[in-house]
Design a protein around this ligand. Sequence first.
Ligand code: NDP
Ligand code: 8X3
Length: 257
Amino acid sequence: MLSSKTVLITGASAGIGTACAHSFAREGARLILAARRKDRLEKLAAELKAEYGTVTHLVELDVRNRVAVNTAIEGLAPEWSAIDVLINNAGLSRGLDKVQEGEFLDWDEMIDTNVKGLLWVSRAVLPGMVARDLGHVINIGSVAGRQVYPGGNVYCATKHAVGAITQGLRLDLLGTRVKASSVDPGLVETEFSEVRFRGDTERAGQTYTNFPPLRAADIAEAVLFCASRPPHVNVQDMLIMPQDQAAVFASHPRGIE
Ligand code: NDP
Ligand code: 8X3
């Protein structure tokens, strides 16, 4: 079903984005891989080519830059411009400060990336999908888009916004054959916490020691499931948690065996 489909993955240079690239490559998709770290994309593209024979197009892109997003999408060569699946995955958190102590730059970065960046990319890609009456936008939300935890304030707000955008998108796309889905993970072990704590690997590592976290591949498989349903089926959203995480800050301290 995904063989020869064109799939754009934002934030493909790490974590869930990289795992999605592997899952979709395995199914024979052609991949547009976007992120700021081009060297990582090149390494990934070489791996995908060697493992699955995947054809890739690499885009060095900061999703916060609306002009760069438009230029990248409008500038796609004809063989890449008909995007079948858009995976809006690029995102990050910064800090765990209380609102009354929050850093303005952290707030800007989270809102500009997780909300506005997702909107810029969607706005650039959707007209083509609507014109072709075919496509699928899969947004990576979070359990943080359904619940709020202490210090999560602005990050949680951005993920609540992603949930609202996905719902709004479905209403706006009604009557077309373009689908919109949200895949909302709980704790996944990626570079996410290292980014949140600005390279403090010790603090970041502690995030994943209380119980077995999800793996990026677990989420990629869920994204793949959404993208491979028949035309009359849309998975509107999926909430995927580690077995030992009942809610965003209710977990069982099983430890890691
Ligand atoms: P990683 O830090 O491992 O990966 C984040 C990816 O986003 C990187 O490829 C990074 O690429 C990209 N990115 C960040 N900022 C930008 C930007 N301005 N422009 C383009 N790309 C950008 O984290 P995850 O894989 O965990 O995160 C992926 C998504 O999953 C995020 O939206 C996150 O909020 C969400 N999520 C994560 C969970 C977790 O526990 N890990 C749980 C729930 C949701 P580069 O730096 O090269 O630009
Ligand atoms: C990331 C999951 O719980 O760290 O979206 O906010 S959490």
